[in-house]
Every structure is written in C-alpha cells, then in structure tokens.
Design a protein around this ligand. Structure first.
Ligand code: GAR
Length: 216
C-alpha cells in the first residue's frame, strides 16, 4: 500500500522529527517523510534530515512581509512534494487562517501539556506553578485558535515535587516521541474519524487503570 506522505515543520531541536524519522525507517510503518521545512536554516533538525537524505527546505520568515505569504510558500512546496499530512513538530510560528483552512484535517500538532490545559508557551513551568500533579502531551488536529483542535492522543506523566521545568519537559518529551509516531500511524491506517470535533479511533485498546500521584 502507498505510504502516507508527510511534511514535518520544525523551528529548532527537532527531536520529534527524529522520532518520526525513526518510525518511518521501519519498513512496515505506513508513512514516509517527503519534506522537512524549517523557518530557521540553522535548526538542528534540518541538518539531521539532510544527513538522512530527506528533502529539506529552510524558509526564513523574515524574508516575507506578511504571514500569509510565508505560509503560501510552504503550501506550494508541500504540494510540489505531494504532501498529504502536515506534522508540526516544535514549529514555533503562528499559522495564517488561510493555511489552517487549506490543510484542515490534514494538519496536526504536538503540544507538551494535557490540552485544553496549559495552551501557549512555557507550559511545563506553568503546570508546576499551578501545582497540578500530572501533565503530559497531546497530539491534535490544528484549528485556527492556538492549541485547539480535535485530540487524537494524549500521554500522561506525573509531576514530582522536586521537578523544575526542564525535568518535567524531559519526562514529557519521552512520551511525545511515542505518541506522535503512533498518531501518524493511525491516520495513515485510516483509523481516525472526526465527529463533532472529537476524534474516534477504530479498534482502540483502552485501559481502565487509574494513576494516582503522589501516593502514600
Ligand atoms: C516539543 O516539546 C513540542 O511539544 C513543543 O516544542 C518542543 C519541540 O521539541 N511544541 C510546542 O510547544 C508547540 N506549542 P523538538 O524540536 O525537539 O521536537
């Protein structure tokens, strides 16, 4: 069966890109990366992708007078590459309404909190400050409002009393690298449907187990 063609959009480190690259390297994985785009030419992920012989494109947003033009450039490149699903992976730019509408239900994001809690930036520090006992990560379809959209999958991690933002971010990142390739696989396998802005998964394995943190 033909593999689902992915674009991965990054701005920096690119560890989620690497997790997707590792998944795509498995022969049975039903998706392939056909383009990596960064708005920073020096993003580490661009180098890794290039080293792995993936097509890469660095587009400097500062070369564009407005957001929509920058986004149109990305859309044109992705269409040329035959992209079917756009994966935001630490892409730290707001997207134009035109772009989000054009790629509707073909555009997903990973965010390091349990949405709808802690949208936006510095979410690990904000979770610690709020005193919540769990956080995690979310893979979701992208809508025009930031960090809003049908949720495909979430992973939960405990917050420890001595955590700082970096320790929590590292614990969450381990889970990001698991659930992002998993969510992409479900989409490639056509097991996902969106009904009333909620995602249903065909043949899910569901758990009734609880997690309690801290414990006595
Ligand atoms: C990840 O933690 C991702 O969830 C987050 O940026 C990091 C990128 O890391 N994304 C957001 O905060 C988007 N709102 P990476 O470049 O190593 O994949």
């Amino acid at each position: 069966m033909a593999k689902l063609k992915l674009a991965v959009l990054i701005s920096g480190r690119g560890s989620n890109l690497q997790a997707l690259m590792a998944a795509c390297a498995e022969p049975a994985y039903p998706a392939e990366i056909v383009l990596v785009i960064s708005n920073h030419a020096e993003a580490k992920g661009i180098k890794w992708a290039g080293d792995a012989n993936l097509p890469t494109l660095a587009i400097n947003h500062k070369d564009f007078s407005n957001r929509a033009d920058f986004d149109r450039k990305m859309t044109a490149a992705m269409n040329d590459a035959g992209v079917e699903l756009v994966c935001l992976a630490g892409f730290m730019r707001l997207l134009s309404e035109e772009f989000v509408t054009y790629w509707r239900n073909r555009l997903i994001n990973i965010h390091p909190s349990l949405l709808p809690a802690f949208k936006g930036l510095n979410v690990q520090a904000r979770a610690i400050t709020a005193g919540v006992k769990f956080s995690g990560c979310t893979v979701h379809y992208v809508r025009n409002e930031m960090d809003v959209g049908p949720i495909i999958c979430q992973a939960v991690v405990p917050i420890h009393m001595d955590d700082d933002a970096d320790a929590l971010a590292a614990r969450i990142l381990v889970q990001e690298h698991i659930i992002y390739p998993q969510a992409v696989r479900w989409i490639a396998e056509k097991r996902i449907s969106i009904n009333d802005e909620k995602v249903d998964l065909d043949k899910p394995i569901q758990s009734d187990g609880s997690m309690i943190n801290p414990m006595d």
